[in-house]
Design a protein around this ligand. Structure first.
Ligand code: ADP
Ligand code: F6P
Length: 322
């Protein structure tokens, strides 16, 4: 019997976590299930940082980026003794089930608790879109749009000054953000960890763009790329490719911002589904998007692999940037 559930956000935050929390809370309350908010991820869980959540507590957060429950990283949670402490906190608070909203690391933490026998369901939230089992994670669409608007602005000044801009995006070891932003911004080159490129190839491409009379050159670089933006910029300077070069590192900007309509819908549907799955007595599952459908995926399958970007987009981007 699921009388009281808890919800937490963990790891890197992402736009859309608040709509997910809001949907889960109001769905649970509508089912007569109490809701406890756990503050600051697994770190807060082991410290017993818990607050009751009512319908009004999740008002006015649908449009807000970040997570009002806050998040944290908790390296100690990789240890079973810390996971067992978390279980004690949950059981002593008469909590019957847990929803974990977070990235691949957080979902590993969720799986660890499920293995110890506690009912847990995960919702994928990470701008990296590296979580296996779902077409999109919460936050990705907002992040892509944030990056796109930033690169559009940089293209304006790059054209005015006839410059080559190297723009670094987040994504940890996944090139999804750089790849998709590069395509939708018409970047001349995209550097991602999944496909290595030599410095010589970059020089040839940039010099070729200059010789073809392009007014600018945009190179989007995933932070996980083996070639780093400042090194590439310096190499281009030394090889006198025609353009002056400049570097912009977008850093955490795509991590914030008001969730897009897509992310609000995705997060809302996932929050509702997470409560329905827990209430139905299921556990050790992640909520995912498959096409138009909201599905469930065993966490054991999620945590043993990561989602890879579609490398066909790289060839398409190069052709279209000619
Ligand atoms: P994200 O969830 O955004 O990928 P992290 O990789 O930092 O962020 O993971 C968030 C938290 O999840 C970690 O700080 C840790 O508390 C927990 N976690 C990560 N990996 C594991 C694991 N293998 N086992 C248990 N807990 C984990
Ligand atoms: O996983 C999301 C992410 O933004 C990665 O793209 C990035 O490498 C990492 O988090 C940054 O972590 P932090 O916010 O702890 O600096």
């Amino acid at each position: 019997m699921m009388r009281r559930i808890a919800i937490l956000s963990s790891g890197g935050d992402a736009p859309g976590i608040n709509p997910c929390i809001r949907a889960a809370v109001r769905t649970a309350l509508d089912m007569g299930v109490e809701v406890i908010g756990i503050q600051e991820g697994f770190d807060g869980l082991v410290r017993g940082e818990m607050i009751p959540l009512k319908a009004r507590d999740v008002g006015g957060i649908l449009q807000r980026g970040g997570t009002f429950l806050r998040t944290a990283r908790c390296p100690e949670f990789l240890e079973v003794k810390t996971q067992r402490k978390a279980l004690r906190e949950l059981n002593e608070s008469d909590i019957d089930g847990l929803i974990v909203i977070g990235g691949d690391g957080s979902l590993r933490g969720a799986h660890a608790l499920a293995i110890l026998g506690f009912p847990v369901v995960g919702a994928p939230a990470s701008i990296d879109n590296d979580i296996w089992g779902t077409d999109m994670s919460i936050g990705v669409d907002t992040a892509i749009n944030t990056i796109m608007h930033a690169i559009d602005k940089l293209r304006d000044t790059a054209s005015s000054h006839e410059r080559a801009f190297l723009i670094e995006t987040m994504g940890r070891n996944c090139g999804y953000l750089a790849l998709n932003a590069g395509v939708v911004c018409g970047a001349e080159m995209i550097l991602i960890p999944e496909k290595e490129v030599s410095m010589e190839e970059i020089v040839q491409m940039v010099a070729g763009a200059y010789d073809r009379g392009k007014s600018h050159c945009i190179i989007v670089v995933a932070e996980g790329s083996s070639l780093k933006v400042h090194d590439v910029a310096e190499y281009l300077r030394i090889n006198e490719v025609g353009f002056e070069t400049r570097v912009t590192i977008l850093g955490h900007i795509p991590r914030g911002g008001s969730p897009s309509a897509f992310d609000r819908m995705l997060a809302t549907r996932m929050g509702v589904k997470a409560v329905e799955v827990l209430k139905a007595g299921e556990t050790d599952l992640m909520i995912g998007l498959s096409g138009r459908d909201i599905i469930t995926v065993p966490l054991i399958d999620v945590v043993k692999q990561s989602r890879k970007p579609n490398l066909e987009l790289l060839d398409m981007a190069r052709t279209l940037a000619k």
